[in-house]
Design a protein around this ligand. Structure first.
Ligand SMILES: [Fe+2]
Length: 387
């Protein structure tokens, strides 16, 4: 049996008030000055100021970079790096959704490794550890606070670069469910379904292993039991807390077991049609699950059970179908739009769908799927998701 590795941040703190310990954590790392990486929404909500107070209270100095408003690009990373160097920071504290956290990881890598961020594209290409990153997520979620991945847009080529390395993993994750209360409904649904997709894809991934499967299944259970509740009432703190925990677990699972066909197909949609990651995943999740069931009915039957389907007396094939029904039902209840509803132009899709299928395969993620698709099958799945 091949050696399987399982990595996660050295410290994961979960619960109300976890984010307030950021200053103590930076100090415990032996660092003196942190670059806070965030966005204008967090600044407007007063969360950046609150974080500054906590760092000051722990006698940690800081500089602030709160300009990560869109998908992170190489230009944003370069600007943050300049600020980090100018201020002589020796740690980073990321506050926000996946974008600020991914940006902080990339800045951390460039702070200690010579070169441009594109030099480190791919898996295992970062030679040295970066500066320590303390990650505080405000969505539930991308899972970025616990993964060894960062996705940065190459502005020259207009493509998304995936950088995967143990050195891209934050050393501390502070998951404070109270911070997710401010998420509007659209982001709640998109990030929640992204987290569910991480949980499902990591469970059925050909790279899954016993240490990841427990996290995947518990994440599926938590997310599917709570996503409707936070959709219906964003102030339901218990449901928000369960979503944050589910997202954290799904992140730990997919960081170690990888994602599969949904994510492979989702990235080209994001790159060409500028559809948010969680939204394009959600549009693909039903069709791709239907396609993939036959590759591992046993595991999809487990997913059905975790989602609360009544599979009593059913064989694996039937129970797997019940799981697909649960997924489709959830997506319908959350009113997830099809690609057509999202404004994806049919004529443009017709023109580039072949290239999108090639790019999806080249990303490597479809190779982790329980049913390995051909290029033509991926094209067909894009049209089913189109609606
Ligand atoms: Fe994702």
């Amino acid at each position: 049996m091949a050696i399987r590795y399982f990595r996660m941040p050295a410290i994961c703190a979960f619960g109300t008030g976890a984010s307030e310990t950021a200053g103590d954590e930076v100090k415990r790392l032996g660092c003196k000055k942190a670059l806070i990486v965030s966005d204008s929404v967090m600044a407007k909500l007063g969360q950046v100021a609150r974080l500054q107070e906590k760092l000051s209270a722990a006698s940690v100095q800081f500089a602030v970079y709160d300009k990560v408003d869109a998908e992170p690009t190489d230009a944003i990373v370069a600007e943050g790096l300049r600020l980090l160097r100018h201020n002589d920071c020796d740690a980073l504290v990321a506050l926000g959704g996946g974008s600020p956290i991914d940006t902080a990881k990339a800045i951390s890598i460039l702070a200690t490794n010579e070169g441009k961020i594109s030099d480190f594209m791919g898996i295992g290409k970062v030679p040295k550890p970066g500066l320590p990153v303390v990650a505080i997520p405000t969505t539930a979620g991308t899972g970025s606070e616990v993964t060894g991945y960062t996705i940065i847009t190459d502005t020259q080529k207009d493509t998304k670069m995936l950088i995967g390395s143990p050195y891209a993993m934050p050393i501390v994750a502070l998951v404070d469910p109270d911070l997710t209360l401010s998420m509007p409904r659209g982001i709640t649904v998109a990030t929640g379904l992204d987290a569910l997709t991480h949980a499902i894809e990591s469970y059925v991934s050909l790279k899954s292993q016993p240490l990841t499967e427990v996290y995947s299944l518990e994440a599926i259970r938590l997310i599917s039991a709570n996503l409707r509740l936070v959709y219906a009432n964003g102030n339901n703190l218990e449901a928000r807390s369960n979503m944050a925990l589910g997202s954290l677990m799904a992140g730990i699972a997919f960081s170690n077991a990888s994602v599969a066909l949904v994510h492979g197909m989702s990235r080209p949609i994001g790159a060409h049609f500028h559809v948010a990651h969680g939204v394009s995943n959600a549009a693909l999740l039903g069709p791709v699950t239907g396609f993939s069931l036959m590759g591992n009915p046993r595991k999809y039957a487990d997913i059905a059970d975790a989602m609360g389907a009544d599979t009593e007396g059913m064989g694996d094939d039937k129970a797997a179908g019940a799981g697909l029904w649960e997924i489709k039902n959830l997506i319908r209840d959350l009113k997830v739009p099809s690609l057509k509803d999202l404004g994806v132009e049919k004529s443009k899709l017709d023109r580039i769908v072949g290239q999108m299928a090639k790019d999806a395969i080249a990303s490597g993620s479809p190779g982790n799927n329980p049913r390995i698709p051909t290029e033509q099958e991926i094209v067909e799945l894009y049209y089913i998701a189109y609606g």
